[in-house]
Design a protein around this ligand. Structure first.
Ligand code: ZN
Length: 376
């Protein structure tokens, strides 16, 4: 039998081929440029029809989140529309930590990724479609180190300044799927939640804060290997122009409500992280965040409040992270939304795990929760 071939020379591709024998491949993930982070992978396999592929991604004990690989199944697609899951197993003792993916494609081609990818082409399709919607204004807040625009969509006639931004960590592609749901709600003329929100708020939506990392197939950093969600205390034009231009725009509008959209590698649940531990923390500000969590948990079974990150003690907040910086800077209700790479273990879906479709739905549910929160 001929050997399969493996390729990642495309938008958001990332894999290194160490060896191929028949339908078995030994692989490794390339580090983010000028960084030690790695976890995102995305590649295609050719010559695979009807054969059981055995794909071994090695060296994962050194990845950014080794805890992400247990109880994890790789995302797979043959038509690049529907993303299912391929049975995968992790052995920490094999070749420096190995994820073994097994899958039998029907056709000759199959794509594998850490999560269903969200390409820059799809990003431009989203921006173009939304910019054509009535009442939507598009502006470029600035440019990435590679010269890509930082796109922002603005809509609504209300007084509340709402900022939604995603993909500071480019490998967390579920964050931009979430944006499709949120923007779909806000721009659908038949959606009463969107119509009401547009009366109450002015929305500023940045669907992709890190286009360079997205193109380059990075997990966590931009073209200079900088983790953008550690730049918010003092962003700079030479290291983090993406954050600099967003924060400057926020300073112009002010911020009443902010949501930073992410994915979490290890925790199999959807959760929110807040701004406990900022110097300016107050009970009233905290109550606003807690109330949003309560509303969202009631509105969707895909959200919960039992599992999440440890809360920072008084005065211990990291102000280089956007949620803390914005809560401190503007006194606003600010939060980080985390979706799983794995699944919501309270409501698992064996076929797809956490998926683009569920991320889109959560985006809509988060907008409905925002309306209830504003009216409460
Ligand atoms: Zn993240």
């Amino acid at each position: 039998m001929t050997d399969i071939t493996i390729n990642a020379a495309f938008d958001s591709g990332n894999i290194e081929v160490l060896a191929v024998s028949g339908a078995t491949a030994t692989l490794a993930i390339r580090k983010d440029k000028d960084s030690d982070f790695f976890q995102w992978f995305h590649f295609r396999v050719a010559g695979a029809a009807g054969r059981e592929l055995v794909l071994k991604i090695t060296g994962l004990a050194a990845s950014a989140y080794p805890g992400g690989w247990t109880n994890y199944n790789a995302a797979v697609s043959e038509d690049r529309e529907f993303w299912g899951r391929a049975p995968s197993s992790y052995d920490a003792a094999e070749a420096g930590g190995t994820l073994t993916i097994r899958y039998v494609p029907q056709g000759s081609l199959a794509w594998f990724a850490y999560f269903a990818p969200y390409s820059m082409e799809r990003h431009h399709d989203l921006i173009a479609a939304m910019a054509l919607e009535e009442g939507v204004e598009h502006r470029e807040l600035g440019y990435s180190l590679d010269g890509q625009p930082i796109d922002c969509l603005e809509l609504g006639e209300g007084a509340k300044q709402v900022w939604l931004y995603a993909r500071q960590h480019p490998g967390e592609s579920m964050a931009e799927w979430w944006m499709e749901g949120a923007l779909g709600c806000l721009t659908d003329p038949a959606d009463p939640v969107g119509r009401k929100l547009r009366r109450l708020c002015r929305f500023h939506v940045v669907p992709n804060a890190n286009p360079d990392g997205s193109c380059r197939g990075h997990l966590r950093t931009n073209a200079a290997g900088v983790n953008l969600n550690r730049e918010w205390a003092s962003p700079s034009a030479d290291k983090s122009p993406e954050v600099l231009c967003i924060l400057q725009a926020m300073d112009q509008t002010g911020v009443d409500f902010a949501m930073d959209v992410h994915g979490d590698e290890a925790i199999p649940h959807v959760f929110l992280a807040g701004f406990e531990g900022i110097p300016a923390w107050s009970e009233g500000q905290q109550a606003g965040f807690d109330r949003y969590k309560t509303i969202l948990a009631r509105r969707t079974p895909d959200f919960q409040t039992r599992h999440g990150y440890p809360v920072a003690g008084p005065g211990r907040a990291n102000l280089t992270m956007s949620t803390n910086q914005l809560a401190q800077r503007f006194g606003c209700t600010s939060m980080t939304l985390e979706m799983p790479f794995k699944d919501n273990d309270d409501l698992p879906c064996p076929a797809q795990g956490w998926s683009p479709e569920r991320s889109v739905q959560l985006g809509r549910d988060c907008m409905a929760a925002l309306l209830e929160w504003l009216e409460g």
